[in-house]
Write a protein that binds this ligand. Structure first.
Ligand code: OAD
Length: 231
């Protein structure tokens, strides 16, 4: 397995105490995603949107990477081929767990973005609608997060990695949000083997060649050990 491409979702950070979206008690059972995760919601009520992401940024800062994040960092360090991590998560737990080269397709909580001029800078702990853009001075600062209806980041680079993949692994993602949910089919079409590691079968479970189900902190280190020890 020369090129391993890994897609992660909220399930990998669940045991670090960060909520998932669609599980029982998930974030989308408590908040209306149309109000907090769309450009239209931001235009209607920027205070509400900033409050939502400020709370998530604070949770993220108080959370620690778990054994699944560390195991993927170990794989990147010890696998003889290339290991690319693509995450839908906006936290920084992969990086704090030691991973390098993480592609954040849905943006990051640590970033701020000017809705007027697209300038990016490091987000303060608490963002507010009256924050001025350091480049153009307009008060339309938003979190650097990809919302519903917006194009995820780095898609050209991601599709190149998928077409070169020998093994595609999805970890802790429900397979409900495209384009990420389609990556397994894209990787398969390019000849990659595919593996799902999740608490329970995702919406796209039928497409994977193989699967292990259980908590990420157990099944991800197990899978990494098998792969690293076998090489
Ligand atoms: P979801 O909340 O949709 O799915 C989380 C997945 O993690 C589910 O399949 C759970 O079974 C699994 N899971 C839960 N706890 C786990 C654990 N301890 N170990 C392993 N797996 C576990 O989250 P995502 O698929 O990441 O986008 O959601 C995709 C996107 O939808 C997010 O990036 C976000 C959201 O709306 C935006 O906000 C744009």
């Amino acid at each position: 397995m020369t090129n391993i491409v890994i897609l992660t979702g909220a399930g990998i950070s669940a045991e670090s105490g960060l909520g998932t979206f669609r599980d029982k008690n998930g974030l989308w059972t408590k908040y209306d995603l149309n109000e907090v995760a769309t450009p239209e919601g931001f235009a209607r009520n920027p205070d509400l949107v900033h409050d939502f992401y400020n709370a998530r940024r604070a949770n993220c800062q108080n959370a620690q990477p778990n054994a699944a994040h560390s195991a993927l960092a170990r794989l990147q360090a010890q696998h003889w081929g290339r290991v690319t991590i693509i995450t839908q998560n906006v936290d920084d737990l992969h990086e704090r767990g030691g991973a390098t080269d993480v592609i954040h397709m849905h943006g990051r909580l640590s970033g701020a973005l000017c809705a007027a001029c697209d300038h990016r800078w490091a987000a303060p702990a608490a963002m507010s609608p009256t924050d001025l853009c350091p480049a153009c001075n307009k008060p339309v600062s938003r979190p650097d997060i990809v919302w519903f209806g917006e194009m995820p980041y780095h898609m050209d680079e991601i599709y190149k990695h998928l077409s070169d993949a020998d093994l595609f692994v999805a970890i802790g993602t429900s397979g409900n949000v495209y384009p990420a949910a389609g990556f397994v089919a894209d990787a398969r079409a390019s000849g990659a083997k595919t593996l799902e590691l999740n608490l329970e079968p995702s919406a796209t479970a039928g497409i994977f060649d193989d699967a292990h189900f259980g908590p990420a902190t157990i099944i991800v280190p197990q899978w990494v050990s098998e792969l690293v020890d076998a090489s």
